[in-house]
Ligand binder design. Structure first.
Ligand SMILES: Nc1nc2c(ncn2[C@@H]2O[C@H](COP(=O)(O)OP(=O)(O)OP(=O)(O)O)[C@@H](O)[C@H]2O)c(=O)[nH]1
Ligand SMILES: [Mg+2]
Length: 389
């Protein structure tokens, strides 16, 4: 296996082979993978090693789950409150806390020195009645998962949130910051703005391997089956829906991965050189990320930022109106795609059980006061008047 590898990589491979515990094996295997040069000739080797890593990690999770039921340690993760949770991440001093203060009015500490924020601090962002919980987080630095005692908890917090806001300091090199953040999230099993490679795995009790659409995979049947065997899966049917590489197959089978949404906030737009940094950031990342330029100290760009956060969360704010009466002050906040029936159930089961009709005023209505049924899909800003028997 180790032909054409650097002496460093060979040493790492040997260390991996000699590791005894699952945790140690994971660390050594990650190191080995990081030292294998990534190109066409090594792609399958890397995919194979990654599949072993997936198996080791799932073994470790299983062990942890068992241990957890025995002892409940302290946890850092902030319980979700409100309609959605959004994490602010960035390297030290990028302005996460300053942004948090100005958006939520919280008094999280701001400092002109690194590592001011030591633990997650929640705050509330009111987006016209939608209550968004923002979390100000300690900064991210290289190898945080292994180098910091709180690294794993920080990553759990990020993975639990509905949206990740990458806060980038335009007075420093933006590429360097993005590379660190993406790499640390990647190593923490978080994929940002990526789709899970589309496959469908069914475990069958017997019958060996059945592959459907295997020609879509850039690998042989044997190579695909080997990956499944590495994961301890012997009887299965596996269907591929799009062209993909062997690494994509491994990714799709790694159930520990979180697929999260992220946007970039280009902060400190008031500093000298920030224009050039912003251009560079756009050139490199605008295909993958929405980028909002702001200055958290000068209060610039924050309205657009707030709107973008809300829009990315894919929520709708619906107000109810009493039949021939007043409109509620506070909206009901639901996921996009919500229907009149969802609103009826929330107001009172009576409105659902004895539903007659609803009248809609606002963006989803063809005309003001349009009469609709329970299945009508609502849009952000709608007003709904429900009539029941
Ligand atoms: N010029 C300028 N300075 C800013 C801006 N936003 C934040 N700062 C400054 O940058 C420094 C760091 O701000 P913080 O908000 O503490 O940064 P942080 O990302 O929370 O830092 P850590 O908690 O240490 O990771 C402070 O001196 C802020 O006043 C901005 O938009 N423009
Ligand atoms: Mg801070």
């Amino acid at each position: 296996m180790s032909t054409n590898l650097s002496p460093e990589a060979k040493l790492a491979e040997q260390e991996y082979n000699e590791a005894n515990t699952t945790e140690d094996k994971i660390i050594k295997l990650e190191k080995f993978i990081s030292l294998v040069p990534k190109h066409k000739a090594t792609e399958k080797l890397v995919a194979r090693l990654r599949s072993r890593l997936v198996k080791l990690k799932s073994d470790l999770e299983e062990n942890k789950r068992r241990l957890k039921s025995l002892s409940k340690g302290p946890t850092w993760v902030i319980p979700k409150e409100g309609d959605a949770q959004v994490s602010l991440i960035g390297v030290a001093n990028s302005g996460k806390s300053q942004l948090m203060r100005i958006l939520t009015g919280s008094n999280t500490k701001v400092g002109d020195y690194p590592y001011t924020t030591e633990k997650p601090e929640p705050g509330v962002l009111d987006c016209d009645g939608a209550i968004i919980q923002l979390i100000d987080l300690p900064s991210i630095f290289p190898n945080i998962r292994t180098e910091s005692k709180n690294g794993a908890m920080l990553l759990s917090q990020i993975r639990a949130s509905d949206l990740i806001v990458f806060v980038i300091d335009l007075s420093e090199d933006p590429k360097k910051q993005m590379d660190i953040l993406i790499e640390e999230l990647y190593n923490g099993s978080i994929r940002v703005n990526k789709e899970k490679p589309p496959i469908e795995l069914r475990r069958t009790g017997s019958g060996g391997a059945i592959l459907i659409g295997e020609s879509k995979v850039d690998a042989s049947r044997e190579e695909i089956i080997e990956i499944l065997h590495d994961l301890g899966i012997y009887n299965f049917s596996l269907k591929f829906f799009k062209p993909m590489s062997l690494s994509d197959v491994v990714e799709a089978l790694d159930y520990s991965l979180a697929y999260s949404k992220g946007i970039i906030v280009a902060n400190k737009g008031d500093t000298t050189g920030s224009k050039e940094s912003y251009q560079k950031l756009k050139e490199l990342f605008e295909k993958q990320f929405i980028i909002i330029p702001v200055s958290a100290t000068e209060d610039e760009g924050l309205v657009l930022l707030q709107e973008t956060i809300f829009q990315q969360l894919e929520l709708v704010r619906i107000k109810s109106k009493e039949p021939n009466g007043g409109i509620a002050d506070k909206p009901i906040v639901l996921k996009q795609g919500a229907t009149v029936s969802d609103v009826a159930k929330i107001i009172h089961t009576r409105f659902f059980d004895h539903f007659k009709l609803a009248k809609i005023y606002g963006p989803s209505a063809k005309f003001e006061g349009q009469t609709v049924g329970l299945n009508h899909i609502l849009a952000d800003g709608d007003i709904v008047e429900i009539f029941a028997d």
